[in-house]
Write a protein that binds this ligand. Structure first.
Ligand SMILES: Nc1ncnc2c1ncn2[C@@H]1O[C@H](COP(=O)(O)OP(=O)(O)OP(=O)(O)O)[C@@H](O)[C@H]1O
Length: 385
């Protein structure tokens, strides 16, 4: 969808901001450009919508060299979100959001209707916020309007330059989550500039790690963390890359342990005898449909009347098999549990323990790093009672 072909940008004062850059962003892909200040990220992005023209090389969008496309027409097909939102202070939030449809000649009523839908989509109530002016919103709300406005003409491509940079960490976290959810439904082709490696990892399907004017590594978050291509990248992603890896590494069925299982309706004494014979101190308890109920201690089952149901304890610490190691680890901490169940829908698959989590993490560092689709990452998994 977007392709850079040996692109160099040299500014008139001789600064080479981007040096012989080649990379491609697939349709529906979210690529984050990350690197220290001044390494050429913004210059790269601005060459996509022709706010800057390359000195050498070509930038292609949807099969066309942008050098031959009228910049105004090009920009209507490319949403642009910047940190300072660039909202018009004297226009209402609704009219700010409707800017591009207005410019594209839509009837006012239809453009406003569309703007209201988009405000709703980004979590703002058009009836409450639509008639306000930008300075009557919080920073986070202004960022949302910026995103809504960029989406207004339903562009296939979105450019986002530090879109969540101007808000505090709590709001940023929420906006990032909301944006991932939105993107999971919209599948825009997105280039997002950030200097924050955590943000790049969290949002990107792929990450381009910039050194001065060049991409040092272009790969999935799991691979950038698991196998940094150069010592520069290793240093940039940080010494705690193993911890960051937790949030991008999926649970592997091969990592699960399989403790003994007993059924709720089974006679307790039988279950106790069986577990003792196996040398097991406890067992996972499933209900009659094979869904997780909890656990039971061998010594509390052995020799007692009734069924397992009378002696089982509830256990709510679980994650879906589609979750991440981070989700698994945080559930374990939240429940202060020594193990958590891994479920496929309602079906019990096995458990993760601190030891198996550690092994899973070690496996991903340096070798077969495998990612988890963005929209699946960090799903809240434990239902409240
Ligand atoms: N108009 C200009 N004239 C001369 N040099 C420029 C111009 N714009 C940018 N530069 C230089 O080009 C280099 C790359 O700038 P760019 O804004 O692309 O970096 P960046 O990675 O986006 O940085 P930041 O994270 O600080 O925004 C820098 O050295 C910058 O000083």
């Amino acid at each position: 969808m977007i392709r850079f072909d040996s692109v160099t940008k040299r500014y008139p004062d001789g600064t080479t901001a981007v040096d012989d850059l080649s990379f491609e962003v697939g349709e529906g892909e979210l690529v984050t450009l990350v690197g220290p200040s001044g390494c050429g990220k913004t210059t790269t992005m601005m060459m996509v919508n022709r706010l800057i023209d390359p000195t050498h090389g070509q930038v292609w969008v949807d099969g066309a060299d942008v050098a031959g496309v009228d910049p105004v027409a090009l920009r209507r097909r490319i949403g642009y979100v910047i940190q300072q939102t660039g909202l018009f202070p004297h226009r209402t939030v609704l009219d700010n959001t409707a800017t591009v449809p207005f410019l594209s000649g839509w009837k006012k009523a239809r453009a406003r209707e569309r703007a209201a839908e988009l405000l709703d989509l980004v979590g703002l109530d058009p009836a409450v916020h639509g008639s306000r002016y930008p300075d009557q919103l919080s920073g986070g709300q202004r960022q949302r309007v910026g995103v809504a406005r960029a989406l207004a003409a339903d562009p296939p491509v979105l450019l986002m330059d530090e879109p969540f940079g101007a808000v505090d960490p709590v709001v940023r976290d929420r906006l990032q989550k909301e944006f991932l959810r939105l993107q999971a439904g919209l599948h825009k082709t997105v280039l997002l500039v950030t200097h924050d490696i955590e943000e790049a990892i969290r949002l990107g399907d792929r990450i381009a790690v910039y050194g001065a004017g060049r991409i040092e590594q272009y790969d999935t978050p799991a691979s950038v963390l698991g196998a940094p291509a150069t010592s520069y990248v290793a240093e940039f992603v940080g010494t705690d890359r193993a911890l960051k890896q937790l949030s991008v590494t999926g649970i592997d069925r091969g990592d699960l342990e399989h403790p003994p299982l007993v059924r709720l309706g089974e006679p307790a004494a039988d279950a106790g005898r069986r577990l003792r014979a196996e040398g097991a101190r406890w067992a996972v308890v499933l209900d009659e449909d094979g869904a997780l109920h909890g656990w039971a201690a061998t010594e509390e089952l052995a020799g007692v009347p009734g069924t397992v149901a009378g002696h089982a304890r509830r256990m709510e610490a679980w994650v879906p098999v589609t979750g991440t190691l981070k989700a698994a680890f945080s559930e374990m901490l939240k429940h202060d549990a020594g193990w958590i169940a891994v479920l496929d829908g309602h079906r019990f698959l096995g458990v993760l323990t601190p030891t198996t989590l550690h092994e899973a993490l070690r496996r991903t560092i340096g070798s077969d790093a495998r990612g988890v689709p963005r929209e699946r990452a960090e799903v809240d998994s434990v239902p409240t009672e």
